[in-house]
Structure formats: structure tokens, C-alpha cells
Design a protein around this ligand. Structure first.
Ligand code: GTP
Ligand code: MG
Ligand code: ZN
Length: 359
């Protein structure tokens, strides 16, 4: 395989899929600005746009190419005009979120990632509920999440932070880093090697771009300071895939203000609660009002935090409504409303009996 394609993350699998498309060339989307894509190929980087056919056939924005996608384009030299993207190769993994606003459309943040660095700063950014949200989305992506705690130079008690994170991040590696010292970020290097892609996600200002600059050995991307009175400012405004000189690719993303859960793997992110729930008396226990609830018992004994359960139930609800149509959402709400009096079956009986006129 061509060295550049290898470093871009192309696998034998990708290339065998690519070989179906005669006369087209493989490339990887490294950035996007409106309708224009930057595509890295075996030789050079080209500006490209999507074919009319892709645009026409796309039923959702998730069908369109995103940063990290392997694509087939019509040229490998910078002749005249923009190259045309004709196909998007099958995605191995994708980070999805629900688009901001009310449309509820799924937005793909990045594709074909091996490892997701969920970055959280060890200062005021520290928020376990947000971390749970990021973990759920990451587990569902098909990539492996790693929690990267940043700015350890600003924290006196990293040990206690680590144990707090450990309690919510079962199954994920947890790294403590600082970009302020040479030996402060070496631990993240082992995840980044030829053919591997790592995406950095997390709130604005936690130091994602700074870490990437350290990995590059030079400041190639803009980083910045967010003033206290300037909460909404994002330094990175676009997703971008960058090749690391020593091998491997990283995707920088702008901090996300809201991360709607479209596909969340709650079973993985909350495996402790799922395990406890197996011991609840009722198999459909909601861990709210039912007697003999093992989850509530764990909260009473202090081994599970109430806040963690609340967040779990909230994310479950969010994820449950996804993919349902209006009628189904309505029914789901009714089911919920009546769950206290024994679920929808009892509710139906209740309504039936109520309507029965005494004869
Ligand atoms: N004290 C300290 N400051 C850091 C560290 N890493 C980054 N910073 C600072 O934090 C600020 C934000 O860093 P960025 O790398 O731009 O943050 P980002 O996560 O890329 O932010 P967005 O692009 O807005 O999502 C900058 O002023 C950095 O200098 C660190 O390890 N310690
Ligand atoms: Mg940034
Ligand atoms: Zn229960």
C-alpha cells in the first residue's frame, strides 16, 4: 500500500472496497467548509465537492461525507476545477450527536476513528454528568473511549479527581495530562500510531488543540484563552484531520456546547446500574418508586450516587425518544404517565372500567 494512504488510515478492507470503483481514486476527508471538502490522497491534497448523485440520493445529512470519511474521487492531480467525490466508503465508526436546535437531525461529528479522547479539564470544567454523556455517545460510536483529564497543573488533588472519574468511566482508560510540561502528555502517545485515528472531543477551552500542537511538536493550530466574561467563545471552529509526523492521524473538533444523545450506549456507560437492576424485584423497575429496588438500595447505602442515577434516567429518556415518530412518542409518554399505576395495561383497564356505566 502507498505510504501516505497507510498513514491516512486506509486499511486493506478500505482498499478492497475502493477497488470496485474503477477509474476513481481513494482519499480521506480532512476538513470541510460548507460545500467544499479538503481531501488527502496518495499524492496531494485536493479541494473537492460532492457529485450531484450523492447530493440527490442523500436522505439525511449523515449520508454526506464528513471529516474522517474515506471517499472515492475522480482525480489525483490538481488540474482544473474541484475534484468530485463520487462515493463514501463504508464507515467503521462514527461519532453521532443530535443536531442543535429542534430539527433533531443526526449530525456526524467524525468518522472512522479508532480512539476517542474525551477531554475534560481538572479545573472548573470538571463535570461528571457531562462526562457520562460523552462516554455514552462514545461507546455507541464503535470507537474506544479514553478519558483524558487535562490541565493537571491547575489541580492540587489529582488523586481524588481520578477516583471520581474512575467511578463513572468503567471500561475506559483514564489519563492525566498537562500541556505545560514535556512529560505531561507522553501517556497519550501510545494511542497514536501509523494507521490509527484519534478524535479529540470535549468542552471548549479544555486544551484539545494545545495537546495536538504538542504532539505535532509545533503550534500548527490556533489555541486560545477564554475570558471569564466570554463564555461562548470557541477557539477551534471547524473539525480537522491532521497527520502527525511520527505517524497517525488526529481529528480536532470545536468544543461542543450541547451534546444531544442520538445513539448512546447506556448499557456500557452505566454498566454498574444495569447490573444492579438485575436484582430489582420487578423486571421493568424504573428505580423511582418501586419497592425492593436494588438500585435505590445502593443509593441508600452510599455505593451509588443519586446524581448518577438521575443522569442515567435522563439520558435513557432522551435516547428512547430518538428514532420514534410523533405517534410513538405520544404512546411512550402515555406509557410513562401511567407507569405508576401498573403500566399501560392497567391504564387501559382503568379507563375501560371508569367508562363503564353502572347498569
Ligand atoms: N494551565 C494550563 N492551560 C492549558 C493547558 N492546555 C491548554 N491550556 C490553555 O487553555 C486555553 C484553551 O486551550 P485550547 O487548546 O485552545 O482549547 P480547546 O479545547 O482546543 O478549545 P476549543 O477549540 O474552543 O474547543 C489556552 O489558553 C491554553 O493555553 C494545560 O495543560 N494547562
Ligand atoms: Mg481547539
Ligand atoms: Zn429498581
Amino acid at each position: 500500500m502507498n505510504d501516505r494512504l497507510l498513514n491516512l488510515g486506509f486499511t486493506e478492507q478500505n482498499l478492497s472496497e475502493a477497488s470496485f470503483y474503477e477509474k476513481l481514486f481513494p482519499g480521506r476527508v480532512v476538513s470541510q467548509h460548507r460545500n467544499l471538502y479538503r481531501v488527502a490522497t496518495a499524492g496531494i491534497d485536493l479541494t473537492a465537492e460532492i457529485s450531484g448523485k450523492i447530493r440527490h440520493l442523500a436522505s439525511a445529512s449523515s449520508d454526506l461525507p464528513v471529516v474522517g470519511d474515506f471517499v472515492m474521487i475522480d482525480r489525483n492531480t490538481a488540474d482544473t476545477g474541484n475534484a468530485i467525490i463520487h462515493h463514501v466508503l463504508r464507515r467503521k465508526s462514527a461519532i453521532e450527536r443530535k443536531a442543535a436546535g429542534t430539527s433533531g437531525e443526526v449530525q456526524i461529528i467524525a468518522a472512522n476513528i479508532n480512539t476517542i479522547f474525551i477531554c475534560m479539564a481538572l479545573n472548573s470544567d470538571f463535570n461528571l454528568r457531562r462526562l457520562e454523556r460523552y462516554l455514552s455517545v462514545s461507546w455507541a460510536s464503535g470507537a474506544l473511549p479514553v478519558v483524558v483529564l487535562t490541565k493537571s497543573d491547575l489541580c492540587d488533588d489529582t488523586e481524588s479527581m481520578l477516583s471520581k472519574v474512575g467511578a463513572v468511566a468503567a471500561g475506559a482508560d483514564i489519563l492525566i495530562t498537562t500541556s505545560m510540561a514535556e512529560d505531561g502528555y507522553q501517556s497519550i502517545k501510545k494511542y497514536i500510531s501509523v494507521g490509527k485515528t484519534v478524535a479529540f472531543i470535549g468542552s471548549s477551552g479544555v486544551g484539545k488543540s494545545t495537546l495536538i500542537n504538542r504532539l505535532m511538536g509545533e503550534d500548527i493550530i490556533k489555541t486560545g484563552t477564554i475570558r471569564k466574561d466570554d463564555k461562548g467563545r470557541h477557539i477551534t471552529t471547524r473539525r480537522e484531520l491532521i497527520l502527525i509526523p511520527s505517524g497517525g492521524a488526529v481529528i480536532d473538533t470545536p468544543g461542543m456546547r450541547e451534546l444531544g444523545v442520538e445513539s448512546a450506549d447506556l448499557g456500557k456507560a452505566f454498566s454498574d446500574i444495569v447490573d444492579l437492576a438485575k436484582s430489582c424485584r420487578f423486571s421493568d423497575c424504573t428505580h423511582t418508586v418501586e419497592p425492593y429496588c436494588a438500585v435505590r438500595k445502593a443509593i441508600e447505602s452510599g455505593s451509588l450516587s443519586e446524581k448518577r442515577l438521575t443522569n442515567y434516567l435522563k439520558l435513557q429518556k432522551e435516547a428512547r425518544y430518538d428514532g420514534l415518530n410523533a405517534r410513538e412518542i405520544e404512546q411512550e409518554k402515555i406509557r410513562e404517565m401511567f407507569s405508576e399505576i401498573g403500566g399501560i395495561k392497567n391504564a387501559r383497564d382503568y379507563i375501560k372500567n371508569k367508562n363503564k356505566r353502572p347498569s
